[in-house]
Design a protein around this ligand. Structure first.
Ligand code: ADP
Length: 261
């Protein structure tokens, strides 16, 4: 997309030339479109649970439902949808904070990544146990990384939580840490459903889901990987995914070991 400016060059009251300036505003237009799409998507994503919540409350009121079993079922749907709503709002907030970079209080610390991962395993222990899944850490020696603690946790929770969500019960999730003098490499591997080749490039887009109903059923917001990508890129890292349907998925993140390296 080009924006064109035309200026007349005047001298002694006569026009003796024109300056034509072409400005490439493709990037700007794309950004604008992305922002518009995002607002539209957010509105849609927020509307769905709100409509469900209102619908069930109205049904209870209009039909004066008193049967305890029906009521319990309806209340639990209302509860789940409110929960989804609050997860959505908090993910949207995290994402917008990350975009403004100031979001988290960006205090860099020297993190012991192995200790951090064990703490995250503790947080996710219940969901793993629900599915009889094992969370394993492979790490030969303690690996340090200069990073913002909240960002590290958010990034790892999103990846490990996905690995649990998109696997059949009984499977294993492995996190492998390695490092050299300059970089830390974090691999998160699952033996779950995998991602079809045509979708792999798109999973980092906001609200993109391979299987929308599966993601919803698992409580996903569709923003988890967009958040991960932002954190990795804000920290000058890279993230690569390799996946095979029916075999599993591996996310590999490489980060500079020190912030000013
Ligand atoms: P969601 O909240 O839907 O999990 P994410 O942004 O975290 O959103 O992930 C986007 C989509 O990528 C998911 O809906 C899912 O289809 C796919 N995905 C993410 N992680 C995995 C994984 N470990 N295995 C298989 N599919 C995955």
């Amino acid at each position: 997309v080009l924006r064109v400016y035309i200026n007349q060059i005047e001298e002694n009251n006569s026009i003796n030339g024109h300056i034509i300036i072409f400005e490439d505003i493709t990037l700007l237009k794309n950004l604008e479109k992305m922002r518009r799409d995002f607002v539209a998507n957010v509105s849609h994503e927020l509307k769905t649970p709100i409509t469900t919540i209102k619908g069930f409350i109205e049904t209870i009121q209009v039909n004066q439902i008193t049967d305890p079993q029906t009521l319990e079922r309806f209340y639990s749907i209302i509860y789940e949808e409110s929960d989804r709503l609050s997860r959505l709002v908090s993910d949207i907030l995290v994402l917008s904070q990350l975009e403004n970079k100031g979001g988290f209080d960006r205090k860099f610390e020297l993190l012991r990544t192995d200790t951090e991962i064990m703490q995250i395993f503790d947080i996710l222990k219940l969901s793993a146990e629900d599915k009889a899944m094992e969370l394993a850490l492979n790490c030969e020696k303690s690996i340090e990384l200069e990073f913002v603690a909240d960002e590290f946790r958010q990034m790892m929770i999103n990846l490990i939580d996905n690995a649990i969500k998109y696997s059949d019960p009984g499977q294993r999730v492995e996190v492998t840490l390695s490092a050299d003098d300059e970089a830390v490499v974090i691999q998160v591997r699952d033996h779950g459903y995998g991602i079809p080749e045509k979708d792999v490039d798109r999973i980092f887009e906001r609200f993109y889901r391979v299987d929308k109903s599966r993601s919803k059923e698992k409580g996903g917001t569709g923003l988890g990987l967009a958040i991960v990508k932002h954190i990795v890129h804000n920290n000058r890292g890279t993230i690569v995914v390799s996946s095979q349907v029916g075999e599993g998925t591996e996310f590999k993140i490489t980060l500079p070991k020190f912030k000013d390296q």
